[in-house]
Design a protein around this ligand. Structure first.
Ligand SMILES: NC(=O)c1ccc[n+]([C@@H]2O[C@H](COP(=O)([O-])OP(=O)(O)OC[C@H]3O[C@@H](n4cnc5c(N)ncnc54)[C@H](OP(=O)(O)O)[C@@H]3O)[C@@H](O)[C@H]2O)c1
Length: 305
């Protein structure tokens, strides 16, 4: 089987590519699609006889189509939490998925695995959740066989949260909004990678489903930082920021300077996770990595590939 991965340099993409050396993925062929030389340099070493890197704009349907030809499954990973001038939620979530779906249909891809986000909902007033939901709709109405995996907060190598945890542990301090009482079900990115590969290769069981994947424990953000500190042997002091004050500041910042940290982003960060800790085992027979073990991986310094 040959799979193509768009956004292959994402934390999830790299975790998928790291599995190529382990059973049962040793014979899988992979096309790793990235947008730049910088992104290509972020990829782990790949087995040359059964992999290839494609540098391509995800906006160009024709180019993407020729990259996808010969693959049977597309794993589509692009997504952002923080908008920038050159990358909006609409562009990164909806437009990128529309182009990928059209290119996949033309290239004869048989199945698409979309990694989406917990809370995705096309009817949401929050543009992050709304555009994630719209991307899911694009996939559902594509006519392609598909599986949608909704991720909660991801931890583990190369995730944004791992960087934040390492910084907090190094400084022995974390600033958390509203005392850090938001509930999280942090998922090890390596577990998501395994589920993604199983979704790509198993055609029947999860076909057409949208599955909310949770990590093994539900903890508050505060507890997550405390646990990281305990594992590193350094107490992390928690400082609180008022959500109301921060919301006003972010609204002002957004009005003055445009894309960047926004009240919508804050709303995403403060959403309690309801993700299902059993779904990994039930749908994919993947045993969740215990939270402390995932935190150990998250705290390790990231090495260049
Ligand atoms: N990390 C989490 O906690 C979390 C939680 C819920 C859902 N998710 C979703 O899960 C998926 C994988 O997450 P991740 O953390 O592994 O991703 P990540 O490491 O943040 O990587 C994001 C990827 O999206 C690409 N990208 C950014 N803007 C784009 C645009 N405008 N058009 C096309 N591609 C764009 C990036 O490419 P460049 O490097 O070239 O910019 C990169 O390959 C994403 O869809 C994410 O939204 C993540």
């Amino acid at each position: 089987m040959r799979i193509a991965i768009t956004g292959a340099n994402s934390a999830t993409g790299r975790a998928i590519l790291r599995r190529l050396g382990s059973e049962p993925w040793r014979s899988l062929e992979v096309v790793a699609a990235v947008r730049s030389e910088r992104a290509a340099r972020e990829l782990p070493p790949l087995p040359p006889e059964r992999s290839r890197i494609a540098r391509i704009s995800f906006d160009e349907r024709e180019g993407l189509c020729s990259v996808l030809r010969g693959a049977s499954v597309l794993v589509h990973l692009p997504g952002i939490l923080l908008e920038r001038r050159d990358s909006s939620y609409e562009r990164a979530h909806v437009h990128a998925t529309e182009v990928a779906v059209t290119a996949a249909c033309e290239a004869g891809i048989r199945k698409l695995v979309l990694v989406s986000a917990e809370g995705a909902d096309p009817a949401s007033r929050n543009r992050y959740f709304k555009t994630k939901g719209q991307a899911e709709q694009v996939v559902r109405s594509s006519g392609l066989a598909h599986v949608i995996l909704r991720a909660p907060l991801l931890i583990g190598p190369f995730t944004q949260e791992a960087q934040i945890l390492r910084r907090a542990v190094a400084k022995r301090r974390a600033w958390l909004v509203g005392s850090g009482v938001t509930l999280q079900t942090p998922l090890d990115v390596d577990d998501l990678a395994e589920a993604t590969l199983r979704a790509a290769s198993d055609s029947a069981r999860v076909a057409g489903k949208a599955i909310d994947l949770g990590g093994p424990e539900r903890v508050t953000t505060r507890e997550l930082f405390r646990r990281a500190g305990r594992i590193a042997g350094r107490e992390v002091r928690i400082r609180s920021v008022s959500p109301a004050l921060l919301r006003r500041l972010l609204a002002l910042r957004t009005r003055l300077f445009g894309p960047g940290p926004s009240p919508e982003l804050l709303e995403v960060l403060l959403s309690d996770s309801q993700a299902d800790p059993e779904a990994l085992a039930r749908e994919f027979e993947v045993r969740s990595t215990p939270l402390d073990a995932a935190l150990v991986k998250s705290l390790q310094p990231e090495e260049a590939p």
